[in-house]
Design a binder for this molecule. Structure first.
Ligand code: GRF
Length: 197
């Protein structure tokens, strides 16, 4: 499967996916392109170190529709079949979603539908929950609202801080994203796909 990854920053989930493709944990696949909307995203260098094409498509001077159309064009040029958002900090326009129906997924650091949006780990911490976690879900036009694909729980211990809890969640995210992509790949190869039209 040809994969495209969208980032805006650190890119640790992108690295987890690229490395999993390289070591065969995600089989028969290639990360064709990593696209960042920010030129200063640390993930760009990490992608290039791994010999993955990494491009910047900046927002400046472009409407959301124009910006998304450029990204869709770049993904289309590489015949990308699955788009993984990995810390991509912008909502996608309806035309982006329509260009790739059931093919855009995201990872979020909470057990959705709880704590959508920014600082989900801190939201969960402040709410005093004993269990939080992470979610891979399909992307729709809403904020972290698409159909859930896979989730994993993380316990909050009494001595956890927001930072230690976030670090535990991030470690789980890396495993979960790889597991989710591998699962989708398997489903698609045996024709179980497109259930959430
Ligand atoms: C992750 O916590 C992810 O769940 C959220 O943004 C963060 C991105 O981190 N959507 P990274 O860029 O993958 O390191």
């Amino acid at each position: 499967m040809k994969i495209g990854i969208l980032i805006s920053g650190r890119g640790s989930n992108m690295v987890a996916l690229v490395d999993a493709v390289k070591n065969g944990d995600i089989p028969d696949s290639k990360v064709e392109v990593v696209i960042s909307d920010r030129a200063d995203a640390a993930g760009l260098a990490k992608a290039r170190e791994r010999r993955v094409r990494a491009v910047v498509i900046g927002r400046r001077g472009r409407s959301r529709e124009e910006h998304d159309a450029e990204i869709v064009g770049e993904l289309g040029r590489h015949d990308v079949e699955l788009i993984c958002l990995a810390g991509y900090m912008r909502l996608l326009s309806p035309s982006f979603i329509q260009a790739f129906p059931n093919r855009v997924i995201n990872i979020h650091p909470s057990l959705l539908p709880a704590f959508p949006g920014l600082d989900a780990q801190k939201q969960a911490f402040d709410a005093g929950v004993k269990t939080t976690g992470c979610t891979v879900h399909y992307v729709d036009v809403g904020l972290d609202s698409g159909e859930i694909i896979l989730q994993r729980e993380v316990e909050r211990l009494d001595d956890d801080t927001v930072e230690s809890l976030s670090a535990k969640i991030l470690e789980k995210e890396h495993q979960l994203y790889v597991d989710a992509v591998r699962m989708l790949l398997r489903q698609r190869s045996i024709g179980v796909s497109e259930t959430n039209a």
